[in-house]
Design a protein around this ligand. Sequence first.
Ligand code: SF4
Length: 209
Amino acid sequence: MRKLMSKEKINKLMDNLNQRKINSYYAETFEEAVDEILNLIPKDSLVGIGNSVTLKRMDITNILTKRGNKVLDKTMAKTKEEVRELKRKSLLTDWYITGTNAISIDGHIINVDHSGNRVAAMIYGPDKVIIVVGENKITNSLEEAIYRVKNIASPKNAKRAGFNPPCVELGRCVDCKSPDRVCNSLVIIEGQHDKDRMIVIIVGEEEGF
Ligand code: SF4
């Protein structure tokens, strides 16, 4: 079992996020993170969901839907057309909830995307964005975060989504030109213009790739 991060490091991350005009909360467990999300989001808000193993574990789509929120989650779509529609409509929601591939202690938020809808929504569109991150995705530097995204998260996400680029077999990135390449956008969020827009919920447990 991986040793969880010290309080000192978590505080340093939260302080660095604050300096980048990104708000943050600490939750001991994913259950606490769900409670925090329910407190933050009004019941009448329209919510978009970025595809994420972490959010699936939290069952956040069903929980929000049951209490009355209208939720746009592409993983609930039945057709390719519906997936496309939900991705597009999620760009104009009141709130957008997503995981992240990595976050550095310095406060860089790093993501790789296949079609780009998730990173697009993180950057601009939804009024507010909540990013949920387990401690296993916190790295000591930006370089380590990018390494993590390319060599740990992307191969696993490719496999999960049914693609077969070379990293699935090799377990590391070779910057492929495969038609199955899942890394089409590498995005580093370094701060926010609006200090009330982005909230990172750091969870003291491990989840996701
Ligand atoms: S660029 Fe290709 S090899 Fe590298 S992680 Fe992405 S899909 Fe895998």
